[in-house]
Design a protein around this ligand. Sequence first.
Ligand SMILES: NC(=O)c1ccc[n+]([C@@H]2O[C@H](COP(=O)([O-])OP(=O)(O)OC[C@H]3O[C@@H](n4cnc5c(N)ncnc54)[C@H](OP(=O)(O)O)[C@@H]3O)[C@@H](O)[C@H]2O)c1
Length: 242
Amino acid sequence: MHSLANKRILVTGASSAIGAQIARDILLLGGQVLGTFRTAHATQIEQLSADDSFESVYWDALNEPDFLGVSSAFDGWVHCVGTIHPQPIKYLNEAGNERLFGVNYFSATHMATALVSKNLLKPGASVVFISSVSSHYPYRGGASYAASKAALETFAKALALELSAKKIRVNTIVCGLVNTPIYQASVAVHSPAEVQRMKEKYPLGIGEPSDVSMPCVFLLSDNSRWMTGAQLLLDGGLMLNA
Ligand SMILES: NC(=O)c1ccc[n+]([C@@H]2O[C@H](COP(=O)([O-])OP(=O)(O)OC[C@H]3O[C@@H](n4cnc5c(N)ncnc54)[C@H](OP(=O)(O)O)[C@@H]3O)[C@@H](O)[C@H]2O)c1
């Protein structure tokens, strides 16, 4: 239903569970993907590279995206890079904070400026940012992560406003827990009983990467042409218990 035929889409963090699934679904729907990775020989990137419509490029989100100099314009951009660094406020330090904001927030602002100033987003393009429910409901030890995602969400709205004249749309997906390496790392710091309590808060259970990628391809497609500045909540019903 949601054709992405002939659409060229930039997916940052295509080496991640969620980013890789989004890239796979874009390819399935006929699109082309330029996916970024940071870790060399990432399994997901190697698998995706079997498809001729997939290209990959190394990018460390803590640096400027210099690869954009050689790229042609995009019909879409999904910003999926993200990192966590559990730190109770008592132990917050500047380096940890800078890293979290660098990857989760400034990577998006730098990329947006680079793409817009170089006219690398075509009129009518669709941009999707991946955020977290913690931006609205922070958790203990996740102050900086939550704040960086809240900043990302507000930035997305401002970007939507500024790009609307070109009919470029910007929306955010706000996720609850999804079963990926970032989730495994965050549950590793909790006891099994705490993890169980966390899971029980999700009436539909925690998500899988495809639960995020399907709504994402809808947002990338022309079927969502009247949506911009929106926040799509994907949380398996978590907020029903908030
Ligand atoms: N899983 C969840 O429960 C959950 C919930 C809400 C929101 N999210 C968001 O969903 C997105 C994807 O996360 P995920 O769960 O799939 O986690 P993940 O597997 O850990 O993926 C993180 C991605 O970010 C990339 N990345 C991290 N630091 C980077 C850096 N300095 N430069 C460039 N790339 C960097 C990683 O690249 P490499 O692997 O190549 O290093 C990887 O592609 C993130 O934005 C996350 O905040 C996840």
